[in-house]
Design a protein around this ligand. Structure first.
Ligand code: ASP
Length: 303
């Protein structure tokens, strides 16, 4: 039996103040199109999610890979999770020397008997698997470096939430579900701080029986509620993805002030979901007609 593939990506929940929205939307669109080009010819959910995430990791406007926020020491430390619908995953945290944290997370899943590697050990694992190691500075954009120097001078934290964590969720023709999430974390984070992104069930989750999700926003809130697992479990009994996404975010709002989070979802029934409780969350998805759509603040329903 073949399933109609579905695909959705996000570029991070946050304020997105002072950004050229056309450029941001062009970024998520390009990622969605690249993933869709794989899915529509029968490619795998894993390949589609990895490709789309790599494109956003390469894009300087998004807080993942090249363009990540730097930490209090002026260095990039990245977290990523590749969640597979067979309820298996690969995760990395505080990696500093790879260009594509999501690809390393996928290698953790496919090439090791473990689930989660951190710090130098994760970079060493990358090298042992043939992934080229790069100088950390190659991940820092000129703009991010200038902001870091400015903050150092003022000793003033940068206001606002992280924007630009990236994620993708795909259902492929064989009915397999994958979610991929990659981030440089939040601005002004202390060295060693890890958020929700690499935590299975929090920053991402996938279950071939129900659906998949990728979260973004204030990681410290997402982690407390295992947001993605909560949202995916909300699809039990045939609840469509958007209803489950809305219910999960509403639940957080009843328990904590200003959750500041966002989520994208795909159900095994082919339903899509995307909700955010931040000012914006760029997303791109493929509609039922196979066309890529994109929006900065979408809270509606999907066909
Ligand atoms: N959730 C990410 C973190 O807390 C940041 C983000 O999505 O903006 O590390």
């Amino acid at each position: 039996m073949t399933t109609s593939p579905r695909f959705i990506v996000h570029g991070g929940a946050g304020e997105w103040l002072n950004f050229d929205e056309d450029q941001v939307l062009a970024g998520v669109r390009a990622a969605a199109q690249a993933g869709w080009d794989i899915l529509k010819v029968g490619g795998s959910a894993g390949d589609a999610c990895e490709k789309a995430t790599n494109i956003l990791e390469d894009h300087p406007l998004f807080d993942a890979g090249y363009g990540s926020f730097v930490n209090s020491e002026g260095e990039v430390e990245m977290d990523a999770l590749f969640a597979d619908g067979s309820i298996r995953y690969g995760a990395v945290a505080a990696v500093r020397r790879v260009r594509y944290a999501i690809s390393l997370a996928r290698l953790v899943l496919t090439k090791t008997d473990n689930c989660f590697f951190v710090g130098d050990g994760a970079d060493q694992l990358a090298a042992s698997l043939g992934v080229p190691l790069i100088p950390n500075i190659d991940l820092v954009t000129e703009k991010e470096y200038a902001l870091f120097r400015e903050r150092e001078g003022q000793r003033a934290p940068r206001p606002g939430l992280g924007t630009g964590t990236v994620g993708a969720v795909a259902l492929d023709q064989s009915g397999h579900m994958v979610s991929a999430t990659s981030t440089g974390g939040i601005p002004d984070k202390k060295k060693g701080r890890v958020g929700d992104t690499p935590i299975f069930g929090a920053g991402g989750y996938a279950d071939d029986v129900l659906g998949g999700a990728s979260a973004t926003g204030k990681g410290e809130n997402i982690m407390r509620f295992f947001l993605c697992k909560l949202a995916v479990d909300g699809m039990r009994g045939g609840t469509p993805a958007q209803t489950a996404a809305r219910a999960a975010l509403n639940f957080l709002a009843t328990r904590i002030p200003e959750p500041n989070v966002g989520i994208i979802m795909v159900g095994v029934d082919g339903s899509l979901g995307a909700m955010h409780s931040t000012a914006a969350m760029p997303i791109a998805w493929v509609d039922a007609g196979g066309e890529v759509q994109a929006a900065m603040r979408y809270q509606g329903w999907f066909d």
